[in-house]
Design a protein around this ligand. Structure first.
Ligand code: ASP
Length: 319
């Protein structure tokens, strides 16, 4: 086996419910496989497809994986995302390039088909780096050829409509812990590319939590909470109860343990997920500067998978 040239991991959300039948199980695994394949296809070639607007290969690969899951109505991102308390999809996403520590983030999107692509364009081209709601939609207007748009109703699936109606009856008044049963299926990717001494990137996308208050912002677009990437350390993408990730600055805590405490990615992630997170909060996927993948969580379910240039691959749903 030669030196590892690249590695990718993706997740399709953490939650307390596990798939109830084999068909659901297979479909969720198929989604993870397809996302891994999309990233691997980019990492295997020198040229990055021009639709990624000059993004470096490691970042384009992370975005490509997330786009596959945004298009898949089974996952809580893009099409098929969960509904807020106004019965609408409000999506958010972020990207980070570990080589430059530059980010791009969006929230409150109601018409953008691939939120992570808009986050990438903000990262690459905008003078501000975290844009939300009407301003983000207006920014999307400037890229009619690159940013696909659709009416909000077209993102809504029957399953999500029913879940929101159930949650609206059962959940307390937007209490985050009341919603723990309906968290899940946020998507994310982390990538290591050995080129130029080891490049790291992450991308994450979500509709948030079912029946969230319209305007609620979770951890997914907040770099340092639900994601982080820094060359020489790690790339991380999280999933679970966003409010916990936010108050703990969870991703940046893992990176900080590595940087200042000289702990491994495995140790650092284990500490945050198992010693600091409340029960059933969720977890992370991550990759370190050698391309070593770590995936850990404290909820019963986390769809996840990984692949690397040595031919190692894994897909799992239960933790
Ligand atoms: N972290 C997401 C949020 O709270 C939800 C999830 O990962 O399923 O918005």
């Amino acid at each position: 086996m030669g030196e590892r040239r690249w590695a990718v991991a993706v997740h399709g959300g953490a939650g307390t419910e596990v798939p109830k039948n084999k068909a659901d199980d297979d479909a969720l695994r198929g989604g993870i496989e397809a996302a891994l394949a999309a990233a691997a296809a980019i990492l295997a070639r020198p040229e990055v497809p021009s639709v990624y607007c000059g993004a470096p290969r490691h970042l384009a690969a992370a975005v490509a994986a997330v786009e596959i899951l945004e298009a898949n109505p089974l996952y809580n991102a893009g099409t098929g995302a969960v509904l807020n308390d106004a019965g609408k999809v409000e999506n958010e996403a972020s990207v980070m390039d570990g080589a430059t520590l530059r980010i791009g983030a969006v929230t409150g999107l109601t018409t953008v088909v691939y939120p992570v692509r808009l986050a990438l364009l903000i990262h690459l081209k905008a003078s501000h780096k975290f844009i939300g709601f009407r301003s983000a939609e207006r920014y999307a207007d400037s890229f009619p050829d690159l940013i696909e748009r659709r009416a909000n109703e077209t993102f809504i699936t029957e399953k999500r409509r029913a879940a929101q109606q159930r949650a609206a009856k059962g959940a307390g008044p937007h209490g985050a812990r009341d919603l723990v049963d309906v968290v899940g299926e946020t998507v994310g990717a982390v990538v290591f590319d050995a080129m130029n001494g080891g490049m790291l990137a992450c991308a994450t996308s979500t509709g948030g939590v079912t029946n969230k208050m319209a305007g609620r912002i979770g951890d997914t677009p907040v770099v340092g909470a639900g994601s982080y990437a820094s060359n020489g350390l790690c790339a991380l993408s999280g999933t679970g109860m966003g409010e916990e990730f936010l108050r703990l600055a969870a991703a940046s805590r893992i990176c900080g343990m590595m940087e200042y405490g000289k702990r491994s990615l495995r140790d650092s992630m284990h500490h945050v997920v198992h010693d600091i997170f409340p029960a059933d909060t969720g977890g992370f996927i991550g990759v370190d500067a050698e391309g070593e993948i770590v995936m850990d969580g404290n909820s019963p379910y986390m769809a996840r998978g990984s692949r690397d240039s040595d031919g190692k691959s894994f897909v799992g749903l239960k933790m």
